[in-house]
Design a protein around this ligand. Structure first.
Ligand SMILES: Cc1ncc(COP(=O)(O)O)c(CN[C@@H](CS)C(=O)O)c1O
Length: 404
């Protein structure tokens, strides 16, 4: 186990006050905080090697290029991709999903099927609806049960030779449900379907092994895992990345351009048009090395303990109902208190220094399923503490009294 005081000292932002109270940051599902080593990496980039990459012959450009491509190699090793050119830098999860959905336009036809789940974030729903509009394909949805778990018996009836793509999240951002993605991937491959895994909420908590999973695509955002916003990763199997057309045209992604014809660059640059978010890509590499130094086994064990403690303590609050009670959960607690609107609860406890997310969390279909306007979501990270959870409980009891 790690020294939580040392860990918290790594994060400058955590020591601040909000509304005159110590900040309790429980909105890690929205974005994580950044350790000093990541902030230093950004500063070092801009003060020592800032230059555009891949095209300059001068020393600074070469140094920046080496740092950026080294970050790609760090990501490749982290997710155990077979080749570093299967690791595409994107702007984030949403960008990665859109790039894949756009690429499938040429491969789908009327009545083909795209299978997603009722747990999906809007970023893993809307791009597929847009693909259906472009191609006449049909969107199918794996339902969930009252615990917020996928109903696999329905999935087994839905998957067929008509299914061309299965796109599901690894971990639900709204409920914390950890999905059985290895089973889903293997089953989908039996019917010849490609599988995209939305790993946005997984990468802060675990280390995905894309070869062991055998997924065709795996997407995530840097800002969920201690890296800056504006950078993400699209992992794709080489065979698929070679088949899919580029998502955006422009500089960097070309080999030759004439007015008659353009040929595209080799992987990974075919999917990396324009000047990327260089410092964020480098800082993502730093963030991954920082997390691996702590260790994902230690992070998972600590967060499991936090979740169990928080679940027990919150359930002591009369009228509090947890939404999302899956057997397998990451450290996310969504809940409602009586008929109090989540937004009112979030607003009140913010005055006490506590940051949570309230609302539909970009998963309106989940809220429709539970017939609620939204939830209060507390999402924990390895730098949160049980003392902070105790502060949340006190604040919620005060808010309940004020709002009842
Ligand atoms: C499962 C899942 N899939 C996609 C996204 C989008 O990530 P971007 O970095 O914005 O592209 C998110 C981001 N969820 C944030 C913002 S809504 C949350 O508070 O839950 C996600 O959780």
């Amino acid at each position: 186990m790690f020294d939580i005081d040392q860990i918290r000292a790594d994060f400058p932002l955590l020591s601040q006050q909000v509304n005159g109270k110590p900040l309790v940051y429980f909105d890690n599902g929205a974005t994580s905080q950044k350790p000093k080593v990541v902030l230093d990496a950004i500063q070092k980039y801009y003060t020592e090697i800032n230059a555009n990459i891949h095209r300059g012959v001068h020393t600074l450009s070469q140094k920046a290029t080496d740092a950026y491509e080294n970050a790609r190699n760090i990501v490749q090793k982290h997710i155990n991709a077979k080749h570093n050119y299967e690791v595409i830098f994107t702007a984030g999860t949403t960008h990665g999903i859109n790039a894949v959905a756009n690429g499938f336009t040429k491969y789908l036809q009327k009545d083909d099927e795209i299978l997603i789940s009722a747990l999906e974030h809007h970023s893993n729903i809307v791009p597929w609806q847009m693909l259906c509009e472009r191609t006449g394909a049909l969107l199918k949805v794996i339902p969930i049960n009252e615990n917020g778990e996928l109903i696999l018996s329905d999935f087994e009836k839905q998957i067929s030779n008509k299914t061309k793509i299965v796109a599901v999240n690894h971990i639900s951002n709204a409920l914390g449900t950890i999905n059985p993605i290895k089973y889903i991937i293997d089953k989908a491959h039996q019917f010849g379907a490609a599988v995209l895994i939305d790993g946005a909420q997984a990468v802060p908590h675990l280390k995905p092994d894309v070869q062991e999973l055998d997924c065709d695509f795996y997407v995530f955002s840097g800002h969920k895992m201690c890296a800056p916003t504006g950078v993400g990763i699209l992992y794709g199997k080489e065979e698929w990345l070679q088949k899919l057309p580029p998502y955006q045209g422009g500089g960097e992604m070309i080999a030759t351009v004439t007015f008659n014809k353009t040929t595209y660059a080799d992987l990974p640059h075919k999917f990396e048009a324009g000047t990327p978010n260089i410092e964020a890509g480098i800082a993502l590499g730093t963030a991954i090395e920082y997390l691996n130094t702590i260790g994902f086994d230690a992070i998972a064990s600590y967060e499991k303990d936090l979740l169990e403690y928080a679940t027990t303590k919150l359930l002591e609050i009369e009228g509090l109902k947890i939404i999302g009670t899956a057997q397998q959960k990451a450290s996310v607690l969504s809940f409602i208190i009586d008929a109090i609107h989540p937004y009112d609860i979030g607003t009140i406890i913010d005055k006490m220094g506590i940051a949570v997310r309230t609302g539909h969390h970009c998963t309106q279909p989940i809220m429709d399923f539970f017939n609620i306007p939204g939830t209060v979501r507390a999402s924990f990270a390895f730098y949160n503490t049980k003392e902070e959870i105790d502060m949340l409980v006190v604040a919620l009891k005060k808010a309940k009294m004020m709002l009842s």
